[in-house]
Write a protein that binds this ligand. Sequence first.
Ligand SMILES: [Fe+2]
Length: 302
Amino acid sequence: MSLQIRFSDRPLGHEILGINTAGDIAADVFAEIEAAYDRYGVILFRNQHLTPEQQIAFSKRFGDLTEYTVKQYNMADHPEIFIVSNVVVDGKPLGMVDAGRYWHTDMWVTANPPRGSMLYAIEVPIDSNGEARGDTCFASTAAAYDGLPEDLRKTIEGRRAVFDSEAYFMSRMSRTPKDPITGDYSEDVKKRMTQRSQNVVQHHDMVKVHPRTGRKSIYFSEEAISHIEGMSVEESAAVLEAVRAHVLRPEYVYRHRWAVGDLVMWDNISCLHKAIGDFDLPLHRTMHRTTLASLVPNKAAA
Ligand SMILES: [Fe+2]
């Protein structure tokens, strides 16, 4: 079989046709799916019907899974599934509400971040005009690497960026509105401030080589990088802004408009992603995510 693919007009975000991810997929067909995933970075399947067990089983065809670091939103009887949801049941949130609303790679706090993730749409918010809300955007950092201006490539090649969870937290807090009456953060935000885990710092190569394809990609997350090794904070900020502006050029970005039953998978080395938070209750959005473990084993957290 030769896989049928409906290509987007960007380097990533291509739809694989005629595949039931809940069914038995022959080894040769699966090999083509995995090759497309490795090659393009984001592939998707429409009109899927997956139980949690079936999503886990399909995910495991790619190798070991890893559990999401914020354990409270992992499904109780299937902890491999991380729930992203704005639905509240009996006063308790079903999942994480505001996951990933900045350009990032997943779990940059780990020395060797996951290979990728798979997100399955259970509920998609539809506005009064019948339009789906809560899109997810993806940027190909592999295509962006290929298109780097020579001077910027020379600046970042061989360099390491310092990812700092405290810097990220402070940046995120600076965007969090305070209560207009008390002039202070809400009780919920204060609780999150006190409950946040210990500060984690990771030094990541700014250009990573994909362990399966050998292709180079720019490794970046906005707000998470305090500085670049060997550069001042000011010098780093200018370089990071140039990297950000380059990676997010429209020709590298695919914006996915969700429909119920979509299964989208992204490579965590060759692309960045960002969730768009343009919806609120009573509109519901619920997604189930599985995370593919790094192909480079994490020995000990630095
Ligand atoms: Fe994410």
